[in-house]
Write a protein that binds this ligand. Structure first.
Ligand code: MG
Ligand code: MG
Length: 260
């Protein structure tokens, strides 16, 4: 069963998705060499609670953090801890909130200090693939059209697309149907309808697509130890068209002001 949202429900969910962007912007202010990932997690948790919402990931399947913080070769589901970010790291931060009964779920990959050009390009390309995917989130298309948009854009760069983890429906549950793979064939998969809300989230590796899971039961790393990038937006299909519920605008305003 795929849950279709009403116009009113989509507006409630938009508030949750925007709060994720605001939370990530608050976290972005504090990203610098020397900060521990657990400190970023606490900043996010406080901010979410101050905004009358509940951290969506904390306790989900037993996950201990409010954020998933994945550094360098960690792809997703990294557990916040005592690791101190250092110059040249990249850090993918995934955040979920539950507010008024609806989840928001969005992720952004940040650079810490000066990052190598090839890794900067991986980050930029991953983000570009997300926006190409969102263009395909229209009524009548299928999930395979979204996956195809990512795959056909990413693979010529020689990057690996993670297949073990996929995008998903999002709403009253953090993970709803349908699955939204980041690869696929045009015209295949689940047909998209107005009222669906999808979390689209390409996870792209600089090297091979193979990943492994850490002994902690959560952290996913690249098998070859090369870095990985992850961006995620919540997108409603509304009146047939893609309506982005989450936003990176607040994050990028912070990043610009930090670079001045
Ligand atoms: Mg997420
Ligand atoms: Mg997600």
């Amino acid at each position: 069963m795929i849950s279709l949202k009403t116009e009113e429900e989509i507006e409630i969910q938009r508030e949750s998705s925007l709060l994720v962007g605001k939370t990530l912007a608050e976290v972005a202010r504090h990203i610098r060499p020397g900060i521990k990932t657990i400190e970023l997690d606490r900043i996010a948790e406080t901010f979410i609670k101050d905004n009358k919402a509940v951290p969506g990931f904390k306790g989900y399947g037993g996950f201990p953090g409010s954020l998933c913080i994945s550094v360098n070769d960690q792809v997703v589901h990294g557990i916040p801890g005592t690791y101190e970010l250092k110059d040249g790291d990249i850090v993918s931060i995934d955040c979920g909130v539950l507010k008024n009964g609806f989840y928001g779920d969005s992720a952004y990959t940040f650079e810490v200090g000066e990052v190598d050009a090839d890794i900067k390009k991986l980050i930029k390309t991953t983000k570009e693939s997300l926006y190409l995917a969102i263009e395909q989130a229209v009524e009548g298309n299928r999930t395979g059209d979204i996956g195809y948009a990512i795959q056909s854009y990413i693979e010529p760069f020689g990057y690996g697309i993670v297949r073990e983890l996929v995008g998903h429906g999002v709403g009253r549950q953090l993970h709803e149907k349908p699955e939204v793979p980041n690869y696929g064939k045009r015209g295949s998969g689940v047909k998209l309808k107005s009222g669906m809300v999808l979390a689209i989230e390409p996870m792209i590796n600089l090297g091979t697509r193979a990943v492994k899971q850490e002994a902690d039961g959560w952290t996913i790393r690249t098998a070859d130890g090369k870095p990985s990038a992850h961006f995620e937006h919540d997108v409603a299909i509304r009146n047939g068209k893609a309506d982005m519920l989450s936003s990176f605008e607040m994050i990028e305003t912070v990043l610009k002001s930090k670079n001045q």
